[in-house]
Design a protein around this ligand. Structure first.
Ligand code: ZN
Length: 410
């Protein structure tokens, strides 16, 4: 058993009372009031720090990343196709192998407070499974300190580029957890063919789906309806995620509410990377029990100069882009970054359980003891200040401190 003394759970005020925490078999087993002045042999001293649930990067691109490498000016033309081709022309010029770069970013994400990652990996006629394999091996090497999933992602389309279906099929045979997709209507220009391949492979392999959907307005509505139809027809409720879902930020409010109802009925979850131009209706999604997770996309790569692997800073960005000021709204962003991500990665939830259930993940008895300790008055102040001193625990074990993995190279 591990005993953690004198910590403040998810503190909402600076005078939130401290507790002592017991952890057994990697899970929270008790929370009791802390009595100042007492000692306990072998216990970890929390020193009044805030205990927050660990975070997750549930939309990562570990293979599309130059974090820690020499900064290079942005060279893409701004169109989606131009961005895709800019990456294709330059990714081999990276200063580290895909595997080494993925190792570096995984360490950064864990040290920032993350204990779960869902990474897309590009699969196309240019790179085949090379990028997938590098990310898969890096994630597998961190299995003891990280929950992870990998999406076989057809970055350059399925219809536009030949041979991609078979490459996706091979990646699923070699360990990919989900099938990806990309703008079936506006990029691949054949939504039926694109979605038939995605859902056909998901059905064949018994895997989930996570589709990039940048389509806005009525185009995005059309594709979401097509995805929901296939999800229900295959009984895949809880197994399908739509990433970005810009249709929810680019339609009139009644239409947005109708789409949220469609997502709820089909059990489709969402991820956002907190962009300025794709704010999702958090309150409505929460009320209608649509799971929402936070991710980071790549970091300072051939797509954009943004991103640093710090999940607490990305949580700040989520609050900022939503224009939140009230503590409860900002705390809800941390909930999206933590329990929301855990729910999305867990897939279908048991009948009758809450959207985010503290006994399954979070700060409840029986939940995995995945958390971080930070010096902060409250949850909101932790998000505003992004304190550098974070101790990160996975299953009750310290896995990162001082910005570094325990025992890690980085
Ligand atoms: Zn992405």
């Amino acid at each position: 058993m591990t005993i953690l003394r004198n910590v403040r759970l998810f503190p909402r005020t600076a005078d939130t009372a401290a507790v002592d925490v017991e952890i057994e078999d990697g899970r929270f087993s008790s929370f009791t009031s802390h009595t100042p002045g007492t000692t306990s042999a072998g216990a970890i001293e929390g020193a009044g720090r805030a205990l927050l649930p660990s975070l997750g990067d549930v939309h990562a691109h570990l293979d599309s990343n130059r974090s820690g490498q020499t900064f290079r000016p942005h060279t893409a033309d701004g169109t989606l196709h131009g961005l895709i081709m800019n990456d294709r022309e330059n990714w081999r010029a990276g200063e580290r192998s895909v595997r080494d770069q993925a190792d570096f970013v995984i360490a950064t994400i864990i040290a920032s407070g993350g204990t779960r990652i869902r990474s897309h990996t590009q699969i196309d006629a240019d790179c085949g499974l090379e990028r997938f394999s590098g990310v898969r091996d890096a994630l597998a090497a961190h299995a003891e300190v990280l929950d992870s999933q990998i999406v076989a992602f057809p970055q350059a389309g399925i219809v536009r580029e030949k041979g991609v279906r078979d490459l996706l099929d091979a990646a699923l045979n070699e360990g990919a957890d989900l099938v990806g997709g990309l703008d079936p209507l506006q990029y691949d220009r054949d939504p039926v063919a694109h979605l038939d391949v995605v859902f056909g492979l998901a059905e064949k392999h018994g895997k989930g789906v996570d589709i990039h959907l940048h389509e806005r307005g009525s185009a995005g509505v059309f594709t979401i309806e097509e995805i929901a139809h296939r999800t229900k027809a295959l009984g895949m409720q809880g197994q399908v995620t739509i990433s970005h879902a810009f249709a929810l930020s680019s339609n009139p409010e009644p239409e947005v509410e109708r789409i949220v109802d469609i997502l709820a009925e089909a059990g489709i979850s969402l991820t956002t990377v907190a962009p300025h131009n794709g704010v999702l209706p958090q309150r409505s999604l929460r009320e209608k029990r649509v799971a929402l997770a936070l991710g980071e996309d790549g970091q300072r790569d051939y797509w954009s100069p943004y991103g640093d692997g710090d999940l607490l800073r990305r949580t700040w960005q989520l609050a900022f882009t939503n224009g939140h000021r009230r503590d409860e709204d900002i705390e809800a962003c941390l909930d999206i970054a933590s329990r929301g991500g855990a729910q999305v990665m867990a897939g279908a939830r048991p009948e009758g359980t809450a959207l985010v259930d503290d006994a399954r993940f979070g700060l409840g008895i029986g939940a995995p003891a995945d958390f971080m300790l930070v010096t902060a008055d409250t949850v909101t102040s932790a998000i505003m200040d992004c304190p550098a001193d974070r101790d990160v625990y996975k299953g009750g074990r310290l896995v990162a401190t001082g910005g570094r993995l325990v025992g890690g190279k980085h």
